[in-house]
Design a protein around this ligand. Sequence first.
Ligand code: FPP
Length: 242
Amino acid sequence: MNDTDLSKLQIPEHVAIIMDGNGRWAKKRGLPRTFGHKEGCKTVEQTVEDAARLGIRYLTVYAFSTENWKRSEEEVGALMQLFRYYMVRLLDVATKNNVRVKMIGDRRRFPEDIRKGIEKLEDQTAEATGLTFVIAVNYGGRDELRRAALAFAQDVKDGKREADEASFTEADLAGYLDTSFMPDPDLLIRTSGELRLSNFLLWQCAYSEIVVTDVLWPDFNRDVLIDAIAQFNQRSRRYGGV
Ligand code: FPP
C-alpha cells in the first residue's frame, strides 16, 4: 500500500496482538523453539517502531500467559533470558521513539531482577507522549478478573465502596482491571492462523474487530500490520446496535 492509500485509512487507536507461531517458525527451519522466540523479540521491536510511526496510540502484545509456565523448564528459562535482554533494548527503542512502556499481568511471580527491570522500564518512559506500548506478562484474562474481584472485595471490606446494584457499574469494574489506564482494543490481530482468544483481554475485547493472519509472528511486518488495519477499515462497528 503506498502512502497516499495509507492516508485514507482510519488508524485504530488501540491495536492488540496475540503473537503466535514462534515455535512453528523455528521448526520449519529445523531450529529449536527458542530461536523462534528470539526472532519474535526482534519482530516486537520493529512492530513498536512501525506502530509509533503509523500513529497508533496503544499497542498491547501478549508476551507470556499465565498458562505458559506449563512449557518446559528450558523454554520458560529461555523466555526469561529474552525478557532480561529485551527490557534493556526496549528502553532504548522506547526512548528514541517517544514510547511509554507499561506491563499488565501479575508480575509477582517473576524473579526479582525482572520485576525491577519492568519497574525501571515503566518509570523511565513514564513521561513519553507518543505510543503507549503495553506488554502482557504472566497475564490471563480470567486471572485478571479474579484479581479485580479480590481488589473490589478488599475495598468493600475497608468501607471504600458499596457492593450494590446502583453503585457498581461496568466502568467501575473496568477500573479494577490491569488495563484501567487505556481504552479497549479496536483491533485484535492474531498471527499463525489459530481462531482462539487464548485467555487474552477477555473483558476488553468485547467489541474488538478480529483479524487473523496465517503469517507466523517472526515474519510479521509493517505490510501485514497495514493489511490488518485495511481490513479493520472495511468493518462496520455496531456495538450491538443496528
Ligand atoms: C507464541 O508462539 C509465542 C509466545 C508464547 C511467546 C511470545 C513472546 C515473544 C515473541 C517475546 C516477547 C518479548 C518481549 C520483549 C515483549 P508459540 O511458541 O506458541 O508458537 P507455536 O504455536 O508455533 O508453538
